[in-house]
Write a protein that binds this ligand. Structure first.
Ligand SMILES: Cc1cc2nc3c(=O)[nH]c(=O)nc-3n(C[C@H](O)[C@H](O)[C@H](O)COP(=O)(O)OP(=O)(O)OC[C@H]3O[C@@H](n4cnc5c(N)ncnc54)[C@H](O)[C@@H]3O)c2cc1C
Length: 495
């Protein structure tokens, strides 16, 4: 028996549910394939950053497969056609793959499944992208959770009762000669992408280097204390790896639990309200892994949230200033990091230059776009998808709808981040700002969060004249805030 393993968001050999099942069932006669899908490569949300990260991860995957005596078959085209062609050429009986849960992915996978099954090729799918999928965690009344805390509680109970078992590498046989149209691994530029960002490296090796560093440097232990400060390397940087599956959530969870010094699996008493810092750090980090699963779960159960407000009461929201040109100008200033709010500008420049942004600043810039510039969260969501190396439809949508107050368990609409206060609190000495906004390098701490307040003589002295070297704020937070509050209240009244 021969089985095709279709790689998608699982670009690793270790602890890969579908790949291991394929290797077991076919006694090693596995055809590992990745299909470069033009529908995705030309999609409106494609990011050069993610293409580059994916290509690097595929190169390593191929090298690792070769170490096991196999190799990666790379095809280009529509997945069902490519898989059918491969199945026929290799005489494969079945295609195995790991499930994905976004509305787009589910529709595609259903089409692929129908086409393959109609041609007599069996399809089996597996849980791998998450530890618990949509239907495994439901409330006592059988409904999906829409609030994070009870979801997390159910998740932690379930994991104590049914701990995930980590699996190793598969045993694979050499590939047969195949008469199919394969392609060599292209570069991003050959695919038409211009990489102008300095991006994190892809691949399984890098994922493990990051996780090991996160633990050994003490950052995991100190996570609860450090995670909110963008100038500090206080988070794992694993998001693109979890996005592309160069590491599994089970592996991350197991490493965190090991840090808690618990025996794996965690006991029932496993409590997020731990007292010592070491425990709090890993507990808080596990919470973030659960947020990731929560947003995947929400999009699975409530697919309308992919394009629309999760909370339909806000469908009546009037976005914008009423002047499309002004809105466009403000949006471009936000994208390019020229709003005159240093924390917003630093974060947007970090995104543009590196494809990654810290969680705290993601919340700040998202809130600013929606509540200070009055722009529809979907504009920011799309811009993030086009730039982020970890751009993930579920987490990105969840994060944006949280910040916009339109989501499930979101920030209440009347809690509006003041960007200057956020900046003073989370970048107290302006180190993050100065790193990404060099115009402000010589601005004293006292003014670094609001440089337009500098007296003109000081502006000249430090070489940062407002309006010339660095913009004046494009809006007044206090004025903007009042108007957006009125609009939110009107929607609530209407809903
Ligand atoms: C507006 C907005 C948009 C976002 N877009 C994305 C996105 O497209 N892709 C993405 O992976 N994350 C997104 N996030 C969540 C979060 O900002 C990133 O996951 C995190 O900054 C990644 O850094 P890290 O790997 O160092 O995280 P760590 O702090 O080390 O956390 C570990 C892992 O947990 C997950 N995680 C952490 N925080 C969150 C969160 N709030 N929601 C969901 N998962 C989380 C990530 O997989 C992360 O790698 C978004 C958040 C906001 C507010």
């Amino acid at each position: 028996m021969r089985i095709i393993h279709w790689f998608r968001r699982d670009l690793r050999l270790e602890d890969n549910a579908a790949l291991l099942a394929a290797a077991r069932d076919a006694e090693g006669e596995v055809l590992p394939v990745f299909v470069l899908d033009d529908a995705l490569l030309r999609g409106k949300d494609v990011a050069p950053a993610r293409v580059q990260f994916m290509l690097e991860s595929l190169a390593e995957l191929d090298a690792r497969l070769r170490q096991l005596g196999s190799r990666l078959i790379l095809m280009r085209g529509e997945p069902s056609e490519a898989l059918l062609q491969l199945a026929r050429a290799a005489g494969a009986d079945a295609v195995y793959f790991n499930r994905d849960y976004t509305p787009l992915a589910r529709a595609r996978d259903q089409r692929v499944q129908q086409k393959l099954q109609a041609a007599g090729v069996r399809v089996r799918t597996f849980k791998d992208l998450v530890i618990f999928e949509g239907d495994e965690l439901l409330s006592a009344s059988g409904q999906p959770y829409t609030v994070f805390t009870p979801f997390k509680k159910a998740w932690l109970h379930r994991i104590a009762a049914a701990p995930p078992q980590l699996q190793g590498k598969p045993k694979l046989a050499p590939l047969p000669q195949l008469a199919v149209n394969t392609v060599a691994l292209p570069t991003a530029s050959a695919l038409g992408f211009n990489i102008d960002q300095s991006l994190p490296r892809g691949g399984e090796t890098e994922a493990w280097r990051l996780l090991t560093h996160f633990k050994q440097s003490g950052a995991m232990r100190a996570y609860a204390l450090q995670r909110d400060f963008p100038a500090i390397e206080g988070t794992s940087r694993l998001s693109p790896h979890l996005r592309f599956g160069t590491i599994s959530p089970r592996q991350c969870y197991a490493e965190a639990v090991a840090t808690l010094s618990y025996p794996f699996p965690a006991p029932r008493s496993f409590s997020p309200a731990a007292s010592d810092a070491k425990k709090e750090g890993a507990d808080a980090w596990i919470s973030e892994l659960i947020w990731r699963e929560f947003y995947i779960y929400i999009l699975y159960h409530f697919p309308h949230a992919d394009r629309a407000n999760f909370n339909r009461a806000f469908d009546a929201m009037a976005w914008g200033s009423g002047d499309p040109e002004l809105d466009e100008m403000r949006f471009r200033a936000w994208c390019e990091g020229r709003t005159g709010y240093p924390i917003v500008d630093a974060a947007m420049r970090q995104l543009n230059q590196t494809g990654w942004m810290h969680n705290r600043t993601r919340m700040i810039v998202a809130s600013f776009l929606v509540k200070d510039l009055w722009l529809d969260w979907r504009l920011g969501e799309r811009y993030f998808m086009q730039k982020l190396v970890d751009g993930d439809p579920a987490s990105n949508n969840g994060g944006w709808q949280w910040a916009a107050s339109t989501g499930t368990d979101a920030q209440p609409y009347f809690r509006i981040f003041n960007p200057t206060l956020q900046s003073e609190r989370f970048d107290p000495d302006g180190a993050f700002i100065r790193r990404w906004v060099p115009e402000l390098a010589r601005v004293p701490n006292e003014y670094v969060h609001a440089p337009h307040r500098m007296p003109p003589s000081l502006q000249r002295e430090v070489g940062c004249v407002i309006g010339k070297d660095y913009p004046a704020p494009i809006v007044d937070h206090n004025v903007q805030k009042e108007e957006i509050l009125r609009r939110f209240k009107r929607c609530q009244g209407a809903g």
